[in-house]
Design a protein around this ligand. Structure first.
Ligand SMILES: [Zn+2]
Length: 168
């Protein structure tokens, strides 16, 4: 995630970036504003590196573009339990998830399309192709079809989004 953050438009110090991992089997991720992100254990466990990279680039893009974010975690009496970025590597040990439910505002279709476009810029600056974003969306669509929550509920219109990316 570090190369992606460095490829974003914001010159945030990595110390200002915080990532909360939420105990939730759904595949989801959210930008809470101010360099704060949430990802679910479902995303961490099910995504391969490229799929995770695409989803994170998309969330960083929302942050870069200033899309209003109201993500929060409900039902937790614990402190945020945010982990250090350096620890945030798939497959690494020592991830302590936050108990609770991720509540995030759904982004509009136009926000999604612009975040996807900007995510591709971020990926390309970091040395990856736009296919990383396309493949991540295809994967989310296939993996999330049968559950009500998750990424598709807060990041709508996936088929449209994939078509728009292919035309870039
Ligand atoms: Zn989105």
């Amino acid at each position: 995630m570090v190369p992606l953050l460095r490829a974003g438009n914001k010159t945030r110090s990595l110390k200002q970036v915080r990532i909360g991992v939420i105990e939730d089997p759904n595949i989801n991720a959210a930008n809470a504003g101010g360099g704060e992100f949430y990802i679910t254990t479902g995303l961490l466990q099910k995504a391969n590196d490229d799929q995770l990279r695409g989803i994170l680039a998309h969330e960083i893009a929302h942050d870069d573009l200033g899309h209003v974010a109201r993500a929060q975690v409900l039902g937790t009496g614990l402190s945020l339990g945010v982990i250090l970025l350096e620890q945030f590597i798939p497959g690494s040990s020592a991830i302590t998830p936050i108990a609770g439910t991720l509540v995030a505002r759904a982004h509009s279709r136009s926000e999604e399309l612009s975040a996807d476009r900007h995510a591709v810029e971020i990926l390309e600056r970091a040395g990856y192709s736009k296919n990383v974003m396309i493949d991540a969306l295809v994967w989310v669509m296939k993996s999330s079809q049968n559950d009500g929550g998750g990424f598709l509920s807060t990041h709508p219109a996936t088929t449209d989004r994939i078509d728009a990316l292919r035309r870039l």
